[in-house]
Write a protein that binds this ligand. Structure first.
Ligand code: NAD
Length: 343
């Protein structure tokens, strides 16, 4: 039998755990897995692009456990009543290939993306950071705010979105959590004087939601919305004067903010900073950019954390996902002598 966490149980688990605690827990597993980077089989994700959006498959393995995630990215979805990003994923036993754990990952992806932002910000942002500017107030936004509180103690947020309703929703969700939220009248206003800027917009375009002129010395830019060929958020001039940090270089060169800057543009992988192999921020005045696209090892960590967290709780079900004939060579026998209904 395969363990399964569906949406209902995921919601119950997150409600019982707390969003910030869940982000913190996943961040711990991400850090642990990034610090054993060499033990993972890594490959850029496989993307199927269409005029509607992209569908991606993200596999990785540490030789004991295999993981994959299915995720879509359809920026035009909200206008049609659908979400931009949905996902599900699984862990499998490398020794026999059987899937052992299956989970919804729309919520889990928001938690893990926040967790990775937290890990990066804790390593790269100025420790005295006090204010977050959020550009984009959609599905990921609240999770990203909680990530910055976990990483840096930030509880002041200034937000901008081209959709006023998204801003109202953000204030409604973050206010009761103890955030001091200011809704800005423009992106320029949101970013002025901020210590950390998180861009989490969705538009299939080489957009500039953050012009170079807005970026002040010492800012940490957490760029999560540019995650696909032809889909970016930052003025490339920012990247040329910043320290740029990525997850897995071969994937980010295709999908990230650095996609237009050529194969030799210098970047540091986050695991190198976490293991002390290469420096992170080198001065209080340096601009740092985390060019996040989302990488398979992070989903491996999130699934691993969730599996451990729900073990033995009512939030995990057991489902018969894999056909298991008594005689492993007699699969046909299962359909000629089916078990009675309900057996
Ligand atoms: P969403 O569609 O729910 O929200 C995006 C918001 O951006 C919307 O409210 C929209 O009005 C706003 N927006 C669009 N253009 C804007 C602009 N120019 N200025 C200000 N606001 C603007 O999407 P989401 O689920 O919150 O995801 C946000 C982005 O993050 C997407 O691009 C998604 O692909 C990406 N993402 C990345 C990762 C990662 O690991 N890096 C993970 C999940 C999602």
């Amino acid at each position: 039998m395969t363990e399964f966490v569906g949406v209902g149980n995921m919601v119950r688990w997150v409600a019982a755990t707390g969003v910030e605690a869940a982000v913190a827990g996943i961040a711990g597993y991400v850090r642990e897995d990034f610090c054993r980077w060499q033990s993972f089989h890594k490959t850029p994700r496989t993307a199927s692009h269409t005029p509607f959006g992209v569908i991606e498959l993200m596999p990785t393995s540490d030789s004991v456990t295999y993981a994959f995630k299915y995720v879509n990215g359809h920026p035009s979805n909200p206008a049609r009543g659908f979400q931009t990003v949905t996902a599900f994923g699984a862990l499998a036993d490398v020794s026999n290939g059987y899937p052992v754990f299956l989970a919804e990952m729309t919520l889990l992806t928001a938690l893990r993306t926040a967790a990775v932002s937290a890990v990066a910000a804790a390593a790269l942002a100025r420790p005295d950071s006090r204010r977050l500017a959020l550009i984009g107030a959609g599905s990921q936004a609240e999770f990203q705010a909680l990530a910055m509180r976990h990483a840096l103690g930030i509880d002041r947020v200034t937000a901008w979105d081209t959709d006023p309703a998204a801003l109202v929703k953000l204030a409604r969700n973050l206010g009761p959590l103890g955030f001091d939220v200011t809704l800005a009248g423009s992106g320029r206003e949101a970013v002025r004087g901020a210590d950390v800027v998180t861009t989490c917009t969705a538009d299939k375009a080489l957009a500039t939601v953050l012009p170079d002129a807005w970026v002040e010395p010492g800012m940490h830019v957490n760029a999560i919305g540019g995650d696909c060929p032809g889909k970016t958020e930052l003025d490339p001039a920012i990247l040329r004067r910043a320290g740029v940090f990525v997850e897995y270089t071969p994937q980010t060169r295709v999908e990230g903010e650095i996609q237009a800057l050529g194969p030799d543009f210098p970047v540091t992988e986050l695991w190198e900073v976490l293991t002390g192999r290469r420096p992170g921020r080198t001065s209080a005045g340096q601009v740092t950019v985390f060019d996040s696209v989302g990488f398979a090892v992070e989903d491996f960590s999130a699934l691993r954390y969730l599996r451990d967290a729900v073990r033995g709780t009512p939030w995990v079900e057991r489902i018969d996902l894999v056909a298991e004939p008594e005689d492993p060579k007699d699969l046909f026998g299962m359909v000629t002598a089916p078990s009675p209904i309900g057996a």
